[in-house]
Design a protein around this ligand. Structure first.
Ligand SMILES: [Ca+2]
Ligand SMILES: [Ca+2]
Ligand SMILES: [Ca+2]
Length: 698
């Protein structure tokens, strides 16, 4: 048992050593005839597994051969190649190239371009030119061609060996992506020369614009003159270590294919990626891979994957939940440069909340909250508002903008709820926060006369300006003043001043103060002998000019001279005034009154006033009957005059003037009244009224 164990160990060591001695390499031939290796184009032909003929020795031929799979050059674009070529001249034309390009594995062209000229996209080629087109080195030169264009007078040298003598040429090309040095060597033997034939500094990473995936291969062409161009073996490695003509190399993985089990959707955020690695003959080949995916799209269950003996391995891709998108998954064998990709497609849409922004983050009560949603993916299901960022109130709205009025101070949060087709989960937008702040207290401005100083009191906040209105507050013009007082001169009656105070973005206006001329009106009430009567009540009514209803402002009583001044601190521009004298209480006559009438009756000398004063039975005749009635009233026989007889009559100054000048009875013309209303009072005016009391001598 112990002996058997030792035997097994020895066998394993033997095979292990053999495997390590063979360095995997992407392009390895022979075998040109392998099914998975080379793309043979144009006039090229595989003669045998170790003999690739790019062109026959015939005119107008062009051929190329490229390794079917693109090769990755992750080491700063570094690479190394070793190949054996042979050009057998007819009339010696045109030459061949070793080519690195990104366009296609079927590229190539004819004639003096050596099958390389005009290849689209980014490329380089080392040309081995055997026909003199006037170039440096005539019909035997080596040069660097770039991006489909042939060399000019630079990057070209004469070949140290006869390129087209029908014998094998041994070629080495190395590029160090760190030093950016490209070196070309050629020899008639398989011993790599110490000195480079051509050494050029070039930054291939820059030339190839950051994409290190390239095709390797050969091109050749003939024109009027001819040669056979052939390759007898080729090695390429994705690093700059020179390849040995006698080294032990093995063909690495030639193809890597990936397949995604399913599309990513909001209900399937993972997809299993099956990776298959095959050798050049399409046979499964185990290897170690580096896995990667698009940045930010998701994660892989592993970033290093070893395929099994059948060349199969799996890795699980998990999409980021918030960003449902197609993702490219890549598997790469770094030692060989072989790689493969697959796109994990997406199905449906995961809702993305986006964000809500407020036009104004601070507003005043009664102001408008204006919100806009952006950056969302999916359909807007509704909006929500919260005052505590915990409990949310739904707002029916499926558009990207929301506008609403908030009347109460506080902090308000808003968000939108997003749904996407095929998804049951919702997403919420980032919040917008709106502060509704309390406005300041406007206070009130005192009133004053046409010149003076008004003062703002009872306000909070900051006084930003004052305003003035001369149309009862319909329009306001600004006054530059931030003081709590404002002094002015020569303002018209009815002008209003107010202050504007602010707190943050909130503004309040004070109650206005008024510039007013205080209404003044003088009334005299005289008796029939032009003597003022005291204690007579006069009512003053007023109303805003914009109103139709008068209200009683005050009742004034005449003084000892029968005079009363009606005053009211109301603007005559804004108010209408009217006065009323009515419902007077008249005392009973006294004995002197009845004596006076007796005298007049006896003398029969009546004037006009007497008819108003003494015709107590209202029969338009002054007689003993009237005397009797007055006496009877004095003695308390009647409580009032006969019903048709008024206890007093009020006359205007004009009426009284006419009555006063006459001796006849004018009662039919000037009946007087017991109630008089004088409207549209003009400020600072005077009215005289005359009061005649029934049964009185004056
Ligand atoms: Ca040339
Ligand atoms: Ca040439
Ligand atoms: Ca009478």
């Amino acid at each position: 048992m112990k002996k058997y164990f030792k035997f097994v160990v020895i066998i394993l060591l033997f095979f292990s050593g053999n495997l390590f001695a063979q360095t995997p390499i992407p392009i390895y031939s022979p075998n040109f005839s392998s099914s998975g290796g080379w793309q043979i184009n144009g006039n090229a032909t595989v003669i045998s597994s170790s003999y690739l003929r790019l062109t026959p020795n015939a005119g107008g031929q062009a051929g190329s051969a490229f390794w079917k799979q693109k090769v990755s050059l992750p080491d700063n674009f570094s690479f190394a190649t070793y190949f054996v070529s042979r050009m057998t001249p007819g009339s010696r034309a045109d030459g061949m190239t070793f080519c690195i390009q990104q366009a296609s594995n079927s590229a190539g062209s004819v004639g003096g371009g050596l099958g390389y000229q005009g290849i689209p996209g980014k490329s380089i080629a080392i040309e081995y030119d055997i026909y003199d087109n006037g170039e440096v080195g005539t019909n035997n030169h080596i040069a660097l061609d770039i991006n489909g264009a042939l060399h000019g007078t630079t990057n070209v040298v004469s070949s140290p060996v006869n390129l087209a003598d029908g014998t094998n040429k041994y070629n080495w090309i190395e590029y160090n992506g760190v030093t950016n040095v490209l070196q070309v060597r050629i020899s008639n033997t398989n011993v790599r020369p110490t000195a480079a034939t051509l050494s050029i500094t070039i930054n291939l990473a820059t030339n190839f614009i950051g994409v290190s995936d390239v095709y390797f291969g050969f091109t050749a062409a003939t024109g009027g003159a001819t040669a056979e161009h052939s390759v007898y073996g080729a090695l390429v490695a994705p690093n700059s270590t020179p390849l040995s003509s006698t080294g032990s190399y093995s063909q690495g993985v030639a193809s890597i294919t990936l397949a995604s089990s399913n599309a990513i959707s909001c209900t399937a955020l993972t997809s299993t990626i099956t990776v298959t690695t095959k050798d050049v003959n399409g046979i499964g080949m185990p290897t170690n891979l580096l896995m990667s995916s698009d940045v930010g799209g998701g994660t892989l269950s592993t970033y290093t994957l070893t395929t099994n003996s059948s060349g199969i391995g799996t890795v699980v891709f998990t999409s980021n939940s918030g960003t449902l998108a197609s993702n490219t998954i890549r598997a790469e064998e770094p030692n060989v440069g072989a790689y493969g990709t697959v796109i994990v497609t997406k199905s449906g849409t995961i809702p993305i909340g986006g964000s809500v922004t407020a036009t104004n983050t601070t507003i005043c009560p009664g102001g408008n909250v204006q919100l806009t949603l952006s950056g969302q993916t999916g359909n807007i299901n509704k909006w929500q508002r919260s005052s505590d960022n915990i409990n949310w109130t739904n707002i029916t709205n499926t558009t990207t903008s929301l506008s609403e009025t908030i009347t109460t101070a506080g902090t308000y949060y808003y968000r939108a709820e997003i749904l996407a087709t095929g998804c049951t989960t919702v997403a919420y937008s980032l919040l917008a926060t709106v502060s509704v702040i309390l406005p300041p207290t406007g206070g009130s401005v005192s009133s004053a006369g046409t010149s003076g100083t008004v003062t703002l009191t009872g306000y909070t906040g900051t006084i930003t300006k004052w305003q003035k209105s001369t149309d009862d507050g319909t329009t306001w013009t600004d006054i530059v003043n931030t003081s709590s007082t404002y002094s002015y001169t020569n303002q018209t009656d009815g002008t209003q001043f107010r202050a504007v105070v602010t707190n943050g973005s909130c503004t309040s206006n004070s109650q206005p103060g008024l510039v007013s001329i205080t209404f003044t009106y003088t009334i005299y009430i005289y008796n029939s002998e032009n003597v003022g009567i005291s204690g007579m009540p006069v009512k003053l009514y007023l109303k805003l000019k914009t109103s139709s209803v008068y209200i009683l402002y005050n009742t004034f009583n005449t003084d000892l001279n029968g005079k009363v001044i009606l005053t009211a601190p109301y603007s005559i521009s804004l108010y209408d005034f009217t006065l009323v004298v009515e419902n007077l209480i008249i005392p009973s006559p006294v004995s002197e009154d009845v004596v006076s009438l007796v005298t007049k009756v006896l003398s029969q000398s009546f004037n006009s006033k007497d008819y108003y004063r003494f015709d107590t039975n209202n029969n338009n005749n002054l007689s003993i009957t009237d005397v009797f009635l007055i006496f009877y009233k004095i003695s308390g026989g009647i409580s009032d005059w006969p019903i048709s007889t008024p206890g007093y009559r009020i006359f205007t100054e004009t009426e009284w003037s006419n009555i006063n000048l006459s001796n006849t009875n004018l009662k039919a013309i000037y009946s007087g009244s017991q109630s008089i209303t004088i409207g549209s009072l003009v400020n600072d005016s005077t009215t005289r009224l005359y009061l005649v009391r029934t049964g009185y001598r004056f």
